[in-house]
Design a binder for this molecule. Structure first.
Ligand code: THU
Length: 129
């Protein structure tokens, strides 16, 4: 179903800076209070400095003071739709395991809870023990 969050992620993808891989990604993250933050992947000639779309969206949300997240949509041209990379799963898991992760591609979408994509995640509780 093409809703506003998917449209926002699609629009962000159009602004992706991916001259090295040619693989453009758009993300849109929705907070529990209904705010939406977008991100696109931002590559760099020093390839390891590349920022994924999901973490760009997360950074925008955190910068704006948002904390609780309900759903993230990730749009690519992959079929089957591409799920977030491991680093992005870990970054999102910092803020909860229940958020819905929806990967959207040209032929459909896949949906998970973040906890399904990153079971037994490392978290801040380990630092307290
Ligand atoms: N990429 C993302 O933006 N999100 C992911 O979850 C996986 C990969 C980007 C990074 C790079 O610019 C391109 O996709 C190819 O890996």
């Amino acid at each position: 179903m093409e809703d506003d969050l998917i449209r926002t992620a699609r629009a962000a993808r159009a602004n992706a800076y991916a001259p090295y891989s040619g693989y453009t990604v758009g993300a849109a993250l929705e907070t529990v209070d209904g705010r939406v933050f977008a991100g696109a992947n931002v590559e760099n000639a020093s390839l390891g400095l590349t920022n994924c779309a999901e973490r760009v969206a997360l950074g925008a949300a955190i910068t704006a003071g948002a904390r609780g997240f309900k759903r993230i949509v990730v749009v690519t041209h992959s079929s089957p739709p591409a799920a977030p990379c491991g680093a992005c799963r870990q970054a999102l898991a910092e803020f909860g395991h229940d958020m819905v992760v929806e990967a959207v591609g040209p032929d459909g979408s896949c949906c998970w809870r973040l906890g399904q994509l990153l079971p037994d995640a490392f978290g801040g509780e380990y630092l307290e023990s």
